[in-house]
Design a protein around this ligand. Structure first.
Ligand SMILES: [Zn+2]
Length: 256
């Protein structure tokens, strides 16, 4: 399989939950007190049967008004219309905004031909309007026109694609394994968002179940090392695609 990171760059987020572009070369983090800094990397995978987008980013546009995501897919040698599957770890805004694109004041699907794979419980909770981490206008656009496959729990989506209800970062968060030939790729979404999170153990407040998320990181990290998985880190600063090594109680990550 071929794997591409579709990096959308770096952002700061403050209590308003707005994502403001942050250029480490010219912007100063000290000018944005109380902000979290994040990096956003959706992924594109070409397998023998499918062209797959894994989480959809913030939906940032380039100067021509085209989605960066679409531009990156073209640069990788494909057309956005060739995407057959969009698999979603969860539906928080920074993972789902790129599922739609605003054209002439209207939201349209970014991947109208693709099947969108969403965990049922995540969808139900997002649609309930109980959390501002989800944007209903995005979800309604999906509901009105997208091909969606709602999955429940854990299982096999199709040969070579497994999903597991992980439930750490959000109650119905899911992770995926994609297998093609002798390669096995792991997409942990926000259960394993950046390599640094393997290097120290901590329970995070932004997780639905901080303790469980912490334990999952450890478990996935150890299995990734033992079985040689290629890991995709959605919020990685630098190493978005990597292999994990675990030796003498310590993780190290090498770029793949
Ligand atoms: Zn999230």
């Amino acid at each position: 399989m071929e794997i591409f990171a579709l990096g959308e760059g770096s952002y700061s987020v403050d209590s308003s939950k707005k994502f403001i572009p942050f250029n480490p070369a010219t912007d100063n983090a000290k000018d944005r007190p109380g902000s979290l800094f994040i990096h956003v990397n959706p992924f594109l995978i070409k397998t023998e049967r499918d062209l797959i987008v894994l989480d959809a980013g913030l939906g940032i546009k380039n100067k021509q008004g085209e989605l960066w995501l679409h531009e990156h897919i073209r640069n990788a040698g494909f057309a956005p219309s060739e995407v057959t599957l969009v698999i979603m770890s969860h539906l928080h805004y920074d993972h789902s905004a790129g599922l739609v694109v605003e054209r002439n004041g209207k939201l349209e699907l970014s991947f109208p031909q693709a099947l969108h794979v969403i965990q049922q419980g995540e969808w139900d909770y997002a649609m309930s309007g109980k959390s501002t981490s989800y944007h209903l206008d995005i979800l309604q656009t999906l509901q009105n026109g997208a091909k969606i496959e709602f999955v429940e729990g854990s299982g096999e989506l199709k040969p070579g694609i497994q999903y597991e209800l992980s439930g750490g970062h959000t109650e119905f968060h899911q992770v995926f394994w994609l297998e093609d030939g002798d390669q096995k790729c792991f997409f942990g979404g926000d259960e394993l968002p950046e390599p640094e999170q393997l290097l120290r153990r901590f329970a995070a407040k932004y997780d639905y179940d901080g303790r469980k998320a912490m334990e999952l990181r450890d478990e996935y990290g150890k299995k990734a090392a033992a079985e040689g998985w290629i890991c995709l880190f959605y919020h990685a600063k630098s190493t978005a695609i990597g292999k994990v090594n675990y030796e003498s109680d310590a993780f190290t990550i090498a770029a793949y």
